[in-house]
Design a protein around this ligand. Structure first.
Ligand code: ADP
Length: 399
């Protein structure tokens, strides 16, 4: 009788034993009985012609299905199957028959192990390569963000510096003249002041971004009324809205008059950023609407503009640092100038502030179109905290 037939007769015993040895193991993923049976049938076939190649696609399939995370386990499973085969032979055959079959099987098993070892190694190398590629692209992104930062920061800082420099030299000339005009000198000083406050604003934004990036933004929770904060920004931007011939409508809504705990300065900063963007990206005569609603545990405020809108694929990216549409170096610093650019820090800071409160910020827009003006809606979700998170503060406010 051919050795393969002898082995074939032991299929039922081998399967029982293999299921116990391999499926019962906690260390390996479960192998389906069908797959174990396939292994057994290949073993029978390969004994006569000593061809282990049959196993190779099976091993690859197993690795993909079961051992992708820990490829070294396949060697462990193979060793268990070898041992299982040896024991089934010893338990069911005469000593002579068992030794004969074991001698025929061992070379095949050796080749299977060698193949599995190589395959594992290759897969490990491929995995390492993929990891290296991922790290490389992360580093490249980081590097790009660093160089974006340098070019944007240099450009943004240079603009107000040039302004200050220009006013300063005009001031010097005027001062040196025989009859300096005090009104003109006042105008030049104001110009320098504008440049200086723009510089201060950019540096403060950079500090904020780094605080947010490092989870160091600390909030000063105090009683806050959303309608009062909206009233403040309305007043602050009144001139700008007039200048751009726009209209700003702030609606009354449920929750706006309720006292909640939040950091008023930071929430104001977030509202300022959203309103100044709405003004910037809406043409003259456009309308900006701020409304809101009360949700369970939250107050939602929406800033709706009728401006140029935001393309679908930009809608997440605008919350990344230094992300602005177009060439960063072509942008000029401006708070309300139509389509005027800034350093691209406003939205990341706004998002950081809202998220530090435990809220959320997102945008909806039907796309970017400077002719059809689809507009954008920025949603701000702020937790309606009825007491400050800090225990000491809570006691203070409870009196
Ligand atoms: P910046 O500080 O330069 O104003 P932001 O982070 O506030 O940057 O905004 C990033 C980009 O998101 C802007 O350059 C603009 O392309 C886009 N954006 C923000 N708000 C709006 C809006 N209301 N409508 C259209 N685009 C907007």
């Amino acid at each position: 009788m051919r050795q393969s037939h002898v082995l074939r007769d032991l299929e039922a015993d081998w399967m029982d034993f293999a299921i116990d040895t391999v499926l019962g193991s906690n260390e390996t993923e479960l192998l389906l009985p069908d797959h174990l049976n396939q292994y057994f049938l290949f073993l029978c076939q390969s004994i006569d012609d000593q061809s282990p190649e049959l196993f190779f696609p099976l091993l690859e399939k197993w690795t993909e299905i079961y051992f992708d995370e820990s490829p070294e386990y396949i060697l462990d499973v193979l060793l268990r199957l070898f041992e299982c085969t040896r024991l089934v032979l010893i338990n069911n055959l005469s000593e002579l028959e068992a030794i004969g079959l074991i001698q025929a099987i061992v070379p095949i098993q050796m080749k299977i192990m060698v193949y599995a070892g190589h395959y594992d190694k290759n897969r490990t190398i491929i995995n390492y390569k993929a990891q290296m590629e991922k790290m490389k692209s992360e580093l490249e992104t980081l590097d790009k963000s660093k160089s974006d930062f340098i070019s944007v920061a240099a450009h943004e800082l240079k603009t107000p510096l040039t302004l200050i420099d220009g006013y300063l030299s005009m001031f010097e000339d005027t001062y040196a003249s025989s009859n300096p005009d005090p009104v003109y000198m006042r105008y030049l000083i104001e110009g320098m002041g504008t440049g200086a406050s723009r510089l201060k604003q950019i540096v403060e934004d950079m500090i904020d971004v780094s605080l947010i990036d490092n989870d160091l933004l600390s909030l000063n929770f105090q009683p806050v009324w959303i309608n009062r904060l909206l009233g403040i920004v309305e007043l602050e931007f009144k001139e700008h809205i007039l200048e751009r011939h726009q209209s700003l409508i702030i609606c009354d809504f449920e929750g706006a008059e309720e006292m909640i705990f939040a950091d008023p300065e930071r929430i104001l900063q977030a509202f300022r950023n959203l309103l100044s963007n709405a003004i910037k990206f809406t043409p003259n005569q456009g309308e900006i609407i701020i409304q809101g609603r009360k949700l369970p545990g939250f107050i939602e405020i929406t800033f709706t503009d009728h401006g140029i809108g935001i393309a679908q694929d930009e809608q997440n990216r605008i919350f990344d640092k230094f992300h602005r549409r177009g060439n960063p170096l072509l942008h000029s610093s401006g708070k309300i100038k139509y389509k005027g650019g800034g350093p691209g820090l406003g939205l990341p800071i706004t998002k950081g502030i809202i998220e530090a409160h435990g809220g959320a910020l997102w945008v909806e827009s039907d796309g970017y179109d400077e002719v059809k003006l689809p507009g954008s809606v920025f949603h701000v979700l702020i937790p309606a905290r009825i007491e400050p998170p800090d225990e000491t503060m809570a006691k203070l406010f409870k009196g």
